[in-house]
Design a binder for this molecule. Structure first.
Ligand code: C2E
Ligand code: MG
Ligand code: MG
Ligand code: MG
Length: 288
């Protein structure tokens, strides 16, 4: 009898579990309020041309300034937002805000925004994106939507419809974290995307093994054969950069080239645009 009782109430009296559940409920409640309280912010990380060293655009990366916890990174709240559906209003805020902020940048710079699976499955995503472009005045060809293979796994036909509705407007689509999902190659041939972003797990071992270099070279060639732009993520060292450049990659992104930051927090450089952004990365020059 006692055992039965304990089993029935296990979930509610096991201290660790109880705390976990409470944390989650509190965090969800706080996340719900975060949008209204203006606690969310976009940081921007440069995407740099491999051949010219010019900053060709930025990726918007969300941050949550929590009143007590300080800065909360996406890994600690995007999964919860996805599970609770909060990602829909948060993701919409990210797209609208990124378009408005990017509309003030030089015309050659684009903005990439991450869209999570649940958000991508909202049937009105293409209309919402069209609205965000219209409101901000940002030309469609300066907006990139980053999706992961997770977006393409379920509802394949709906995903194709959404992709083509986005691209029909002139918006470009990137496949993020390329190589980490399932059946990457079959997705590439059946889904219309413009760009692949080689996951940083492929970039990290560059220079440590010959196989790592071969793999990255093969992914770049595959992308180019399919007419896609290829980006390498997570470039942290000059050695990695030199190897990536040597393999004909189009763009690089990583701490070596620039960390995600507020635009206005970027150091002013003489001769740069009024907003104080350096257009060329000295690290890139140094390695050529
Ligand atoms: P992601 O889209 O693959 O973004 C790249 C992540 O790698 C970012 O982490 C970035 O700060 C980090 N990174 C960039 N360069 C380097 C490097 O050289 N070394 C290392 N170790 N890391 C580097 P972050 O900002 O923590 O974002 C993590 C993920 O959260 C993103 O991965 C993306 O999937 C998601 N995310 C961020 N913002 C949003 C958003 O607005 N909406 C949605 N749905 N997801 C977002
Ligand atoms: Mg991304
Ligand atoms: Mg990525
Ligand atoms: Mg990622």
């Amino acid at each position: 009898q006692a055992k039965q009782e304990r089993r029935g109430s296990f979930r509610f009296f096991e201290p660790a579990m109880d705390q976990l559940l409470l944390d989650r409920v509190v965090l969800e409640h706080e996340l719900r309020a975060a949008l209204a309280n203006h606690e969310l912010e976009l940081h921007y990380q440069p995407l740099v041309s491999c051949s010219s060293g010019a900053i060709e655009g930025y990726e918007a990366l969300i941050r949550w300034h929590h009143p007590r916890r300080g800065m909360v990174m996406p890994i600690d709240f995007i999964p919860l937002a996805e599970q609770t559906g909060l990602i829909v209003p948060i993701g919409e805020w990210a797209i609208r805000t990124a378009c408005i902020e990017a509309s003030k940048w030089p015309a050659r710079q684009s903005i990439a925004v991450n869209v999570s699976p649940l958000q991508f499955r909202q049937s009105n995503l293409p209309e919402m994106v069209a609205e965000a472009l219209l409101e901000s005045g940002l030309p469609a060809d300066r907006l990139e939507i980053e999706i992961t293979e997770g977006v393409l796994i379920s509802d394949t036909s709906d995903a194709i419809l959404t992709l083509s509705a986005l691209r029909a407007q002139g918006v470009r689509v990137s496949l993020d974290d390329f190589g980490t999902g399932y059946s990457s190659l079959s997705y590439l041939s059946s889904f219309a995307v413009d760009k692949i972003k080689i996951d940083r797990s492929f970039v990290r071992p560059l220079g440590q093994s010959e196989g790592a270099g071969l793999l990255v070279r093969t992914i770049i060639e595959l992308g180019h054969h399919l007419g896609l732009t290829v980006v390498a993520e997570g470039v942290e060292t000059p050695q990695q950069l030199a190897m990536i450049q040597g393999k004909g990659c189009d763009q690089v992104q990583g701490y070596l080239l620039g960390r995600p930051d507020r635009m206005e927090a970027r150091p002013a450089v003489t001769g740069a645009s009024p907003r104080g952004r350096a257009d060329r990365k000295p690290e890139l020059e140094a390695t050529r």
